[in-house]
Design a protein around this ligand. Structure first.
Ligand code: HEC
Ligand code: HEC
Length: 488
């Protein structure tokens, strides 16, 4: 009798321990928050986390979670739904402009975190890294910190939107596709994916579809451009139907942030704090105020303080002509564009600069107080957004890789910029072969057309007028100036 009672006591105790153990296991699993770490800062920039790789998975669905996509699913989507990718060059995500390095399973600009399941998010490199080739036969060179001229964010989002609406978005379609791309996918994973992850992701993708519907009324952005501030309006609950602005902006460079401290930048010069520009970019990439990975961001922020653009090939610069160009630059351009220029980091009014005004107008006065509420209660809280009346005079470091030029990327090369009558009405973006003659990327011709996106300057937000500085220089002075600009 006593023995049986003791046995019962033991069984009960073991059962309680098992339940507690399982509870702790599940609790720890759900709390798991482990980003893939990269010791090397360049690897960290390309593949590390900024905190956009959370949310979108198990229990939580609040909007304060990031825009992570479950990793095995993300890898399998192009296999399961190739028909929703745009036609063109490359396979899978290469079709929307993601860049892969040899031997890597996921492209530059993506990060991975177990939170609690493995998830993939976007980071700074997706919009701030691209490739350059010396000639069509030359190998491509990956340049960190330059505008991502090949990445087409809108095509990527449209792919996700179409996939989410496809009625075949279910476990029967997706599990076999996942097994093809992920040999480690276990039957335990399958259980979780089938019952939680796939249905939850479908709901999330359908939400993205509704949220990003406003994009459809804008002309295509094409590769290398995004609408910067309209997504924020959505976040603040401003009805996109009430606001038809086109805020499409060319991607800028990230180098030399240290000498940019205190300058009013972003294309319209709406913010003079490097730290706020960095964090607002991370929020734009899909991190949220609570998911932002501050230590990881700090490493990137520190690296871009002094990161340098790669120099223009020295053998392609005519030194004596460039010396003459230095004088022209000092007279015509330096006040607005040199690091020590008297007007650099300030705004030139729209009437004076005369470029397309849509990006300027898309940052509406009502956004200013709203942007300045982001980060409330956190050390990085925004305070410095302001409304301006023009575009910023920015430093021109690495100007050869900033092409196509102007805030909307509407002028393909330096020659066209300096000779407004030569600016093409339509040209092709996306081709990464460099045009050493015109100083920009090759933007006309059969190959540029084959791989390129036709940029039509007649569409809204794409105007290529204005910025007439240097237009009236003599042909020889223009040659000299271009030679000098190559070396910046
Ligand atoms: C979705 C694309 C995208 C991602 C991802 C992105 N950026 Fe940017 N970034 C932009 C665009 C577009 C601008 C120009 C904004 C404007 O003025 O309209 C910009 C501007 C900037 C600027 C100001 C540059 C200047 O000279 O005006 C900095 C600094 C910057 N980004 C840093 C970052 C950092 C750091 C990250 C990662 C945390 C990041 N960005 C991620 C698109 C992106
Ligand atoms: C009064 C100030 C001012 C002067 C002078 C000036 N610029 Fe600019 N520059 C700007 C502004 C403002 C922009 C941005 C305009 C826009 O994108 O709409 C700009 C943009 C540019 C860009 C495009 C940068 C990019 O990333 O796309 C280049 C290149 C450039 N300027 C070169 C020159 C050269 C060369 C000269 C001298 C011949 C010159 N600028 C004179 C104000 C100036």
């Amino acid at each position: 009798m006593a023995r049986r009672r003791r046995a019962g006591w033991w069984i009960g105790a073991v059962a309680v321990a098992v339940v507690i153990g399982l509870g702790i296991y599940i609790f720890q699993f759900l709390q798991r928050n482990e980003p893939e770490l990269h010791g090397n800062i360049l690897e960290h920039f390309k593949y590390g986390s900024i905190g956009s790789d959370t949310g979108g998975s198990l229990l939580r669905s609040d909007t304060e979670e990031g825009r992570g996509v479950p990793a095995s699913l993300w890898l399998a989507l192009p296999v399961a739904f190739p028909e929703h990718l745009p036609k063109g060059r490359g396979n899978g995500y290469e079709r929307v402009g993601f860049l892969y390095e040899p031997g890597k399973r996921r492209p530059i600009g993506t990060s991975f975190r177990e939170a609690p399941l493995g998830q993939i998010g976007l980071n700074c490199a997706v919009c701030h890294t691209a490739t350059v080739r010396e000639s069509p036969e030359a190998p491509r060179r990956v340049v960190l910190g330059m505008p991502a001229n090949q990445f087409d964010l809108r095509s990527y989002l449209n792919f996700l939107r179409k996939v989410g609406k496809d009625e075949r978005f279910n476990a029967d379609t997706l599990i076999p596709a996942i097994r093809k791309v992920d040999p480690d996918f276990s039957s335990k994973d399958e259980l979780i994916y089938r019952h939680l992850v796939i249905p939850r992701t479908r709901t999330a993708l359908r939400e993205i579809d509704t949220q990003f519907g406003w994009m459809d009324r804008q002309p295509l952005w094409g590769p290398g451009r995004v609408d910067t501030f309209n997504p924020y309006k959505l976040r603040f609950g401003i009805d996109p139907a009430r606001d038809a602005s086109v805020g499409t902006a060319d991607l800028p460079t990230l180098w030399n942030q240290r000498p940019r401290r205190g300058m009013y930048l972003h294309w319209d010069g709406n913010n003079n704090k490097v730290e706020e520009r960095n964090i607002s970019a991370a929020l734009g990439a899909g991190a949220t105020q609570s998911s932002l990975d501050e230590p990881s961001m700090k490493r990137i922020a520190e690296w871009i303080l002094d990161a340098k653009p790669p120099p223009y090939p020295a053998e392609r610069i005519d030194r004596s002509r460039a010396r003459r160009g230095a004088t022209v630059y000092a007279q015509q351009c330096a006040a607005c564009h040199a690091f020590d220029g008297s007007k650099v980091g300030q705004v030139t009014p729209i009437e004076a600069i005369g470029t397309d005004r849509e990006r300027l107008d898309s940052f509406t006065p009502e956004l200013v107080p709203l942007m300045n509420t982001l980060g409330t209660g956190r050390p990085w809280r925004f305070r410095h957004f302001r409304k301006t009346n023009g575009y910023a005079n920015m430093p021109l470091d690495g100007v050869w890789l900033r092409a196509p030029y102007l805030h909307n990327g509407s002028v393909p090369d330096l020659r066209a910029l300096l000779s407004p009558k030569e600016r093409p009405k339509v040209f092709y973006r996306n081709y990464d072969v460099y045009d050493w003659e015109r100083v920009g990327f090759v933007s006309q011709g059969a190959e540029a057309r084959r791989v390129g996106f036709p940029f039509d300057t007649a569409k809204r937000g794409n105007g290529n007028g204005g910025h007439l500085y240097g237009a009236r220089l003599s042909a020889a002075d223009k040659e000299a100036l271009i030679e000098y600009l190559k070396g910046l």
